[in-house]
Each structure stands twice: as C-alpha cells, then as structure tokens.
Design a protein around this ligand. Structure first.
Ligand SMILES: *[C@@H]1O[C@H](CO)[C@@H](O)[C@H](O)[C@H]1NC(C)=O
Ligand SMILES: CC(=O)N[C@H]1CO[C@H](CO)[C@@H](O)[C@@H]1O
Length: 324
C-alpha cells in the first residue's frame, strides 16, 4: 500500500476527481484497428530486457493482424527446434516509438485479455528518450498487465490469473531500487477479464497518475512535494537524485510512447510460490527456463484453446487525449 497520509490523500483525491471532469482535452491519438498500420505501429523484436521470456516477437501476419476492427496478437508455437536457450513461442510487440509520443494525458485501451496458462498480456508506456537514465530511472507506466491462467492463486489464495488485472508505475534510481510496490494496484473480478472487453484507462497529470478499469478508479499515485525521490525514501541509499532537475512528477514529466504486447512466461512475472492447477513447469532460477517450459507443455498446452481466439490478446481501440 502506498505510504500516503490519508487526509492528504482524500483532499487530493477530491481535487483530482473534480479536476478529471475538466481536464479532458483534444483527442491526440486514436486507432480503431480497421487495419494494422505499419506507419503507426512498429513491430519491436526481442530486446535484451526480455530475454528471460519464452517468446520471440515477429512482424508476421501470423502473430499480429487486424480483423473486423480488432487487433489480434496471437501466440504460436515453434515445434521444429529444441535447444538450451530456447524461445518456443512466437508473438508480437507493437509500439508507437517511431510515430507517437506525448507527455501527460488520458490513455484508454479497450481490450479483451487472452486465457491460457502463462500468457502475459500488457498495455503500457515507456519513456521516449530515457532522459533520466536507464530503466527504471526514466520510469515505466503499466496501464494493464494480466496473466492468462484460469486457476492460479497466490500464497493468500487470491486468484491472480484472468480474474485479476493490475496497473503499476516503475521508478527508482537503480534497477534494484524500484519503488513499484508503492504504485501498484490490482483489481479482481471473478467473472474473468478474459470473458469480455473492458476499458483500461490511465489519467496522467502533473499532479498524479490514476488507473481505471471500466471507469472505476483502482488506484492513484500522488507524489509529494519532494517527488518520487521522497516517496521512495531513496535519500537513505546515498545516491544522487537522478530527478533533481525535473518536476515533482519526474520521471513522469517526459515524453512516453505506447506499447501493446503479448509475452509468455519468463522468470520475473510468475512467482514460483503461486499455486497453479496443472503446476508450473519451470523455476524462475532455471538457466533454461524456456526449455523447461517447452518440455512441460503437457501441463499447459491444453489450456490454450488454439482452435478459437481464446488465447489471442484482442484490442478494439487505443485513444489518447491531451489535458485541457
Ligand atoms: C542538473 O542540471 C545541472 C546543470 O545543467 C547539471 O550539471 C546536473 O548534472 C543535472 N543533474 C542531474 C541529476 O541530471
Ligand atoms: C479446480 C478448479 O477450480 N477449476 C476451475 C478452473 O477454472 C475454470 C474456469 O474458471 C473452472 O471451470 C474450474 O472449475
């Protein structure tokens, strides 16, 4: 839970919820996916930061295409190969890195998440210029992340698969000093986010960043006057403040771009401590997690209904408005 003074939080909340009626400005970006426009969406390939995941990203129509106004990101299997550093899945990651970036605004995606064990869909934003330094110093805004497992529970017994979506900000002066836990919010619904389209919205202003699912606010982060440096209590770490020249919303006072992707597994996002019906075929400490995952496919392949679009990440639209 964010360490916020409650009174301060409520006053801010009232101000901001009031404000949000007035702040919607012009629509500055819209894609309804009548086509998948290669001038807008860059197909990103694997980058170093995601080598631990089990997919490679392609730009082929097999893994991403638009159909009846819906963008499909479809995971496929690589069946004719098996090696230690194996990535057995193909998928897609699309971004507006080369076409559209913005600072502050309202971002709304309408999407249906996929179901199938270990599928990991995400709608998020990354910094265009990483002005404050490498990840996570320049920030990351995760509008929505989820897990495709139908029966995955955490150590407290809460469903953390398709019954849950979460939103997170990543920020910190060093990789091992990421304050994300203070700005992480999840929302559970036992009717499952994979059964229908939902809207995922982020309201990003100089004062706060709030996350909304179907118009309901699931969380808000309001940096104090000392900004994210103060919020993360990083003074004690004896490091220079990388955001000292920024505003109190730094690193979230710079330009960001949109990303839509469907990842699979990996050694960071699925806890070994969680309980999955069917088990988990790899350990996050395994040096060959991708191969372990593939060898254990009897445990998960049956949960991907490959004859239907259940395993596809479906996106109806993306819209961004600036602030008034
Ligand atoms: C802030 O700006 C000053 C003057 O341009 C510069 O010397 C300093 O390195 C900057 N600090 C950071 C953390 O970027
Ligand atoms: C054991 C168990 O709870 N199985 C459930 C897994 O999830 C599906 C879909 O929600 C249910 O139909 C099963 O009963």
């Amino acid at each position: 839970m964010p360490k916020l003074n409650l009174k301060f939080f409520f006053i801010k909340f009232l101000l901001i919820s009031n404000l949000s009626f007035r702040i919607v400005g012009k629509l500055i970006f819209q894609d309804n996916f009548d086509t998948l426009d290669a001038n807008v969406w860059l197909h990103e390939s694997l980058n170093e930061a995601h080598l631990d995941e089990f997919q490679l990203y392609t730009d082929t129509k097999e893994n991403s295409y638009s159909e009846h106004g819906i963008l499909h990101i479809k995971p496929t299997l690589v069946v004719n190969e098996e090696s230690d550093k194996f990535h057995p899945i193909r998928s897609a990651r699309l971004s507006t890195k080369n076409s559209f970036s913005f600072t502050y605004g309202i971002i709304e995606f309408r999407a249906r998440i996929p179901s199938g064990d270990w599928l990991f869909p995400a709608l998020w934003l990354m910094p265009t210029n990483s002005q404050y330094g490498p990840w996570p110093t320049s920030g990351e805004i995760d509008v929505m992340e989820s897990r495709g497992n139908r029966n995955l529970t955490d150590t407290q017994g809460n469903f953390v698969g398709v019954q849950q979506v979460s939103s997170t900000l990543h920020w910190g002066p060093r990789t091992d000093l990421d304050g994300w836990k203070l700005s992480h919010f999840s929302n559970n619904d036992n009717s499952c986010f994979s059964n229908a389209f939902h809207t995922y919205k982020t309201i990003w202003t100089p004062e706060s960043i709030s996350f909304h699912v179907d118009e309901e606010q699931i969380g808000i982060t309001v940096p104090p006057e000392g900004g994210y440096w103060e919020m993360g209590d990083f003074n004690k770490d004896d490091l220079p403040n990388p955001w000292s020249n920024g505003t109190k919303s730094a690193p979230f006072d710079q330009s960001f771009y949109l990303i839509i992707n469907l990842a699979v597994g990996g050694t960071h996002f699925f806890s070994d401590a969680d309980n999955n019906e069917g088990g988990k075929p790899w350990k996050n400490t395994s040096p060959n997690a991708g191969l372990d995952f593939w060898k254990g496919r009897d445990q998960w392949l049956g949960t991907w209904n490959l004859a239907t679009d259940d395993s596809h990440f479906l996106i109806d639209y993306v819209r961004v408005w600036d602030l008034e």
